[in-house]
Ligand binder design. Structure first.
Ligand SMILES: *[C@@H]1O[C@H](CO)[C@@H](O)[C@H](O)[C@H]1NC(C)=O
Ligand SMILES: *[C@@H]1O[C@H](CO)[C@@H](O)[C@H](O)[C@H]1NC(C)=O
Ligand SMILES: *[C@@H]1O[C@H](CO)[C@@H](O)[C@H](O)[C@H]1NC(C)=O
Ligand SMILES: *[C@@H]1O[C@H](CO)[C@@H](O)[C@H](O)[C@H]1NC(C)=O
Ligand SMILES: *[C@@H]1O[C@H](CO)[C@@H](O)[C@H](O)[C@H]1NC(C)=O
Ligand SMILES: *[C@@H]1O[C@H](CO)[C@@H](O)[C@H](O)[C@H]1NC(C)=O
Length: 521
């Protein structure tokens, strides 16, 4: 890459945005806010969640920093994200929102020292994971520290340093797009600057880059990053299929794309693993800029309507009141769902808010309520990784199925955020304090079951009293998302809340990093 003088470009683009932090919508929560008792309760909860976050940070900082992750039961560390300090970078935006000053300062001191040119673990670099955790974390911090959290900036030029690092990282990964179609490879070899051209990618890995890379382009006034990811995104949106593969439903995709031809090579998909955040970003790009990304919104509407009309949202036979998003193989609908797919409730609510469409909001709330049921049903109060159900009368029903409407197929909990995330959106959209209550219950259950040693660990079984066994691994997204959404649901006066109407000032990336939307600048 030709060296260029990025500093000037950053100085132009990444300056404090015009003082536009006035509230642009009426606050529908006013009736709640004025009830002192509720405020006292939610303040207490927010404080307790911040303490849990700081406890986990201290464990990581003491025993694992600057490695990627902490192994909390024996105070060892892991490097599953190329050894660039994934937990630190991923934790930054949460630490800023919580105004945890010493944590913010440690991370800001560290980020300029990261060498993104080599993979310290020696492993391939995932374009997707690196984008959402590292790039997203740094860009969000730039927006927050140039915006409502300026008082946490540790030096005048810290945001410039953040954007410089983001630029270096994205620039280093750009070769991923050097394919016949411009659809990027995901696993990048930093030793050879190569990748496996015959390895297919999924809608999520290739289609969850566009928000981060477009934000970077906007900050740098350099359109190349936006251009690469938007070009890839457009090809996924207008999916082409191999001759022997049939398109599942309009707007609903397969899960494997050949990067040499751009063709989908299977028709198997779902709203969960491998595809989730592709659908998520269609509407979030519209939130980012409703003029430039209205075709993305059209694709999102098509996907949601296809899901609602074709039985992708299924009601279990024993609990017709519940709705779970299922999987598809071509036109065949298969009743399996997952914790990952539970982001959809919040995402459909967000779409309903910005499109002023009550139907999407109602559908989203059904999904949120049903996902919470998977928490409420288990012994630990935490929902499982995967489950199944049946539409037909089932002769061999378990008592668990009769009562709760699903059977657990994958009992682990990996510290995932999606249910807390969706409960947060449900609370913002409705102002109904039951969602705060459920969020708090879920967080307390996670804290009670997964807290071990110097942090939090994934567990193997949500439906036995002690969670089965600890896997001794703490994902960085626990810091970026799980703590953040639990906290945001209680922290009434946070400056970056999801708005209750059409206009949004911030949009949360798939990793929970808030970005300033383009149109409000
Ligand atoms: C891990 O570190 C914590 C303090 O952060 C300490 O209390 C605990 O005993 C340590 N555990 C092991 C296994 O060394
Ligand atoms: C930021 O300012 C400090 C002190 O003036 C200087 O040492 C450092 O190199 C600057 N960093 C960047 C990225 O410009
Ligand atoms: C490249 O990817 C294909 C398809 O996933 C796989 O079969 C092949 O083994 C990979 N080649 C190498 C060198 O890893
Ligand atoms: C990206 O750039 C190429 C050439 O520079 C241009 O033809 C194309 O229209 C651009 N694509 C987008 C999505 O901006
Ligand atoms: C949670 O479970 C209890 C007991 O099984 C039930 O009474 C309650 O209605 C459930 N709550 C929700 C929100 O589903
Ligand atoms: C989390 O667990 C710790 C240790 O048991 C406890 O002290 C703390 O109050 C709990 N926090 C929450 C929010 O449940």
């Amino acid at each position: 890459m030709r060296p260029r003088n990025i500093l000037n470009a950053i100085l132009i683009a990444c300056i404090p945005s015009v003082d536009s932090h006035h509230r642009s919508q009426p606050n529908l929560h006013q009736h709640t806010l004025h009830r002192d008792n509720n405020i006292a309760i939610s303040d207490y909860r927010a404080q307790a969640i911040k303490e849990a976050f700081e406890f986990a940070w201290n464990g990581y900082e003491t025993h694992a920093f600057p490695n990627d992750e902490l192994r909390p039961t024996n105070n060892k560390s892991a490097n599953t994200r190329n050894g660039w300090g994934a937990t630190a970078v991923d934790a930054l935006s949460t630490a800023i929102l919580m105004e945890s000053e010493h944590v913010v300062a440690s991370i800001l001191d560290f980020i300029p020292t990261i060498d993104f040119t080599i993979s310290k673990s020696g492993e391939e670099v995932s374009l997707f994971e690196t984008t959402i955790r590292y790039l997203g974390g740094m860009l969000s911090a730039c927006d927050l520290l140039n915006g409502p959290y300026q008082h946490l900036a540790t030096s005048e030029n810290i945001t410039i340093a953040l954007v410089q690092q983001a630029f270096r990282l994205a620039n280093r990964m750009k070769f991923a797009f050097d394919t016949p179609t411009g659809i990027p490879a995901n696993l990048l070899d930093f030793d050879t600057n190569g990748f496996n051209m015959s390895d297919p990618v999924g809608p999520a890995t290739a289609g969850t880059l566009v928000l981060e890379w477009t934000r970077l382009s906007d900050m740098l006034s350099d359109l190349s990053f936006a251009n690469l990811t938007q070009h890839a995104e457009e090809q996924i949106m207008h999916a082409r299929y191999s001759v022997d593969v049939e398109e599942p439903y309009p707007g609903l995709l397969g899960s494997k794309i050949d990067i040499r031809t751009g063709n989908f090579i299977n028709a198997q998909g779902n709203w969960g693993s491998g595809s989730d955040s592709y659908y998520e970003y269609l509407i979030k790009m519209y939130v980012y800029d409703s003029t430039s990304f209205s075709t993305y919104k059209d694709k999102w509407v098509q996907a949601v309507k296809s899901s609602a009309n074709n039985g992708v949202g299924l009601h279990p036979s024993s609990r017709r009141d519940l709705t779970f998003l299922s999987s598809w193989v071509g036109e065949y609908i298969s009743p399996v769902s997952s914790h990952l797919a539970c982001f959809a409730g919040g995402n459909w609510i967000l779409g309903g808010l910005v499109l002023q469409d009550q139907t999407f909001i109602e559908l989203g709330l059904d999904l949120v309520d049903s996902c919470f049921e998977t928490y409420n049903a288990t012994v630990t109060g935490i929902g499982p990784e995967g489950w199944t159900w049946t539409e037909d009368d089932f002769l061999d029903e378990t008592n668990f199925y009769k009562r709760y409407g699903f059977d657990i197929t994958r009992p682990a909990y990996n510290l995932r955020p999606e249910v807390l995330e969706s409960l947060y959106y449900a609370y913002r959209a409705t102002g109904d304090s039951k969602y705060q209550e459920w969020s708090w219950r879920a967080f307390q259950a996670i804290n009670a079951t997964c807290r071990i040693g110097s942090g939090y660990s994934a567990i193997t079984n949500v439906n036995v009293a002690d969670g089965g066994a600890f896997t001794n691994f703490q994902e960085s997204f626990m810091f970026a998302e799980t703590f953040k959404y639990a906290w945001l649901a209680q922290a009434e006066d946070s400056k970056v809340h999801v708005g209750q109407g059409e206009k949004q000032e911030w949009v949360f990336s798939t990793e929970g990093h808030p970005f300033k939307v383009r149109t409000s600048q």
